[in-house]
Design a protein around this ligand. Sequence first.
Ligand code: NDP
Ligand code: OXD
Length: 321
Amino acid sequence: MQKPALALLIHGGAQNWSPQRWKARFDDACRDRRVVLMPDAALDPAEVHYAAVWKPVPGDLAAFPNLRAIFNLGAGVDALMADSSLPDVPLVRVAVADLTARMTEYVVLHVLMHHRQELYLRDSQREKRWAPKKQSPASAISVGIMGLGTLGADAAQVLARLGFRVAGWSRSERKVDGIECFHGTGQLDAFLKATNILVCLLPLTPDTTHILNRDLFAKLDATSPLGAPVVINAGRGGLQNEADILACLDDGTLGAASLDVYATEPLPADSRFWTHPKVVLTPHNAADTDPDEISKYVARQIERFEAGDALENVVDRGRGY
Ligand code: NDP
Ligand code: OXD
C-alpha cells in the first residue's frame, strides 16, 4: 500500500531554489511515498499527511484536511508564523550539521574579514598603497553572538578556538564550553558592553523585531583595536532597523557592517547598503539549505513519526521559534 503523500510547497519567487531539484531529492529520500510538487490540480488534498515548505502562500497549508506535520525547509520559521491559518500540527524546523557548518563558515569569514582589516587592505590594493596597519591578536577582540542556539553555539566555539574572546546571549540560561554566556533582557547590557564584533543569529519573533537599533549599538564596546564596533547580521532582516544602521555607520557609532538579510528581499536597487563603503553585503546566502541533506532529514523524521517516536526540532509556537 502506498504511504500517505508529502506535498512540496516552495515559494515561486524564492531565489536560488529549484523546485524540480527538491522534488527529485525528495523522491529519492522518500522512496515509496508519493511526493507532489504543488500546485497540482490532480492531487486530492485529503491524501496529504505531510508538507515540506519554504515560504508557502499564507492559507495554502490550510487546504490539507489530514495534515499530520509540517517541515520547514529552513531554520527560520518567521514566514510560517505570520500565517494565521497555519494548521495546528507539529511544525519542524531544520537543524542539520550541513547547514550549521555553512553558517559557521559565514560567521568566521566575516569576523576575520573585519578583524584582519580586509576592507582597508582591499582599498589599499585598489589605490596601490603599501601601508600596513598594526595587527592585533584575535584575543584582543570580543565577539558577542546574539542567539546561542544550533547555529550561534557552533560559530561561537569555532571562533573561540581561533583565539577570540567569545560571549553569547540567549533567551534562557545556556552553558557552552569556553563561552561567556548571558541571557534574558536583564543581562543584555552586560553582554553588549563586552562586545566589539556583534554577530546576530536570532530568530525573528515579536520580541526580537528591530532589536538591532541605535540604542543597542551605542552600548557596544568601542575600545578595542578595531575602534568602533562592527555588526554582522545573518538572522533576518526584520531584526534590524536599517535606517539606524546607516546612520550609525555614517556617524561612526559603528565601524562596519556585514549584512546577509534585509527588511525587503531582494534588496531594492536604491538601497544605500549596495554602495556604502562600510557595508559588506551578501544576498541572503550565508547558509543555503541543501536539498540532499534536508530531504534525507525530513524522510528520517517522518519514519520516526510513523514509528511512534517524537519529532525533533519542533517549533514552540508560543515562543515563535
Ligand atoms: P535556534 O532556535 O536553534 O536558536 C535561536 C537562539 O536565539 C536561541 O539561543 C534562543 O534562546 C535565542 N533567542 C530567541 N529569542 C530570543 C530573545 N527574545 N532573546 C534572547 N535570545 C533569544 O535557531 P538557529 O540557531 O537554528 O537559527 C537562528 C536563525 O538564523 C533562524 O531563525 C534564521 O532566521 C537564521 N538563519 C539564517 C540563514 C541565512 O542564510 N541567513 C540560514 C539559516 C538560519 P534559547 O537558547 O534560550 O532558546
Ligand atoms: C533559513 C534560511 O532560515 O535559509 O534556513 O534563511
